[in-house]
Design a protein around this ligand. Structure first.
Ligand code: BG6
Ligand code: MG
Length: 217
């Protein structure tokens, strides 16, 4: 078997936090009078907090100093965390628990690979903090997706070579990162249309266990 580990993105793959990100950025942008819509929001998927802010500021009529940018990002994170406080085990996306349990039964290692610095808090909210063999997140990396750093770190923590890993992602930037790291890429949700994906499905409920573990070059 080629696949020895599967690395899961968090936001939009394991849990439906992606709309919370949108709402929190929208709240901050509205306060600042910066135009921000769902189309621009799609460009923020998988991208770090500060890189997301830079994309939003492209539409701003004035420039912001580094100190002001740090304040805007902190304000957005405050709004986001208020929403995360309502997160429960019910917010785990369809098919996730089933697929993870199936992989575990087959002896395939599972990890989280997320750009989010809120990963530990989110895993705690959905009571999955002890579920994965490894967690790599935005607190441990210096280059966010589409750089492969977070996935390479997850593979390293698992002790599995990148070529034996598959990544599950809902972001084009994440699929790009997986391929740049020499891994297989499974596109779900928004990324199901990504041409670089080796396998695609609307959500994990529609991904058969055997279609992941049998991925081959
Ligand atoms: C990613 C999200 O998982 O995490 C991005 O897809 C987000 O939208 C990024 O910007 C960073 O998240 P956080 O929680 O560190 O602000
Ligand atoms: Mg995501």
């Amino acid at each position: 078997m080629c696949i020895k580990a599967v690395i899961f993105d968090l936001d939009g793959v394991i849990v439906s936090t992606d709309d919370f990100h949108y709402q929190a950025w929208k709240q901050m942008s509205d306060e600042e009078g910066i135009p921000f819509d769902r189309e621009t929001n799609q460009r923020l998927r998988g991208v770090s907090r500060m890189a997301s802010l830079e994309i939003i500021l492209e539409k701003s009529s004035r420039s912001y100093s580094d100190t002001e940018k740090a304040e805007l990002a902190a304000r957005k994170n405050q709004f986001y965390k208020e929403k995360l406080a309502n997160l429960t085990t019910c917010d785990v996306l369809p098919g996730v628990k089933n697929l993870l349990a199936g992989l575990k039964r087959q002896g395939v290692k599972i990890a989280v690979g997320s750009s989010s610095k809120n990963t530990p808090y989110i895993l705690e909210r959905i009571e999955m903090q002890d579920y994965f063999d490894a967690v790599a997140d935005g607190n441990q990396i210096s280059h966010s997706k589409p750089d492969p750093e977070v996935f390479l770190l997850a593979a390293k923590l698992l002790g599995i070579p990148p070529q034996n890993c598959a990544v599950v992602e809902d972001a084009y930037a994440g699929i790009e990162a997986a391929k740049a790291g020499g891994m297989f890429a499974v596109g779900v949700g928004f990324a199901q249309t990504c041409p670089q994906a080796d396998l695609a499905a609307p959500d994990l409920d529609h991904v058969e266990l055997k279609s992941i573990v049998n991925l081959k070059r």
